[in-house]
Design a binder for this molecule. Structure first.
Ligand SMILES: [Zn+2]
Ligand SMILES: [Zn+2]
Length: 99
């Protein structure tokens, strides 16, 4: 299969707000995550400053799944497992596996 389906390949621009790697997502971007909760910023309803998430070229959570070894297959991070069982650490801005 061609690389089109390889989700792990870095994307030079955010698929939603189209900022380049290293730049903060614009307001209302679908992909940006809340730096306090690790969840989607757009749907964050907490009364706090969600911070300025930076587009890294990868989907939020993808590198965490790789680090934790939570992959369904090559290039297929188990994001469901990450968001349901891991704990967001706002200090390191990483997901930690529950011990
Ligand atoms: Zn974006
Ligand atoms: Zn938030």
């Amino acid at each position: 299969m061609p690389d089109l389906l390889d989700l792990s390949a870095p994307q030079p621009r955010c698929p939603d707000c189209e900022v380049a790697i290293g730049q903060p997502h614009i307001e209302g971007c679908d992909v940006a995550m809340c730096l306090r909760t690790g969840l989607q910023r757009l749907s964050c309803e907490r009364n706090h400053n969600c911070g300025k998430d930076i587009w890294s070229g990868r989907w939020p959570g993808e590198t965490d799944c790789e680090r934790l070894g939570w992959m369904i297959g090559p290039g297929l991070p188990d994001l469901n497992r990450l968001f349901t069982t891991a704990t967001w650490n706002p200090v390191t801005q990483q997901w930690d596996a529950a011990s």
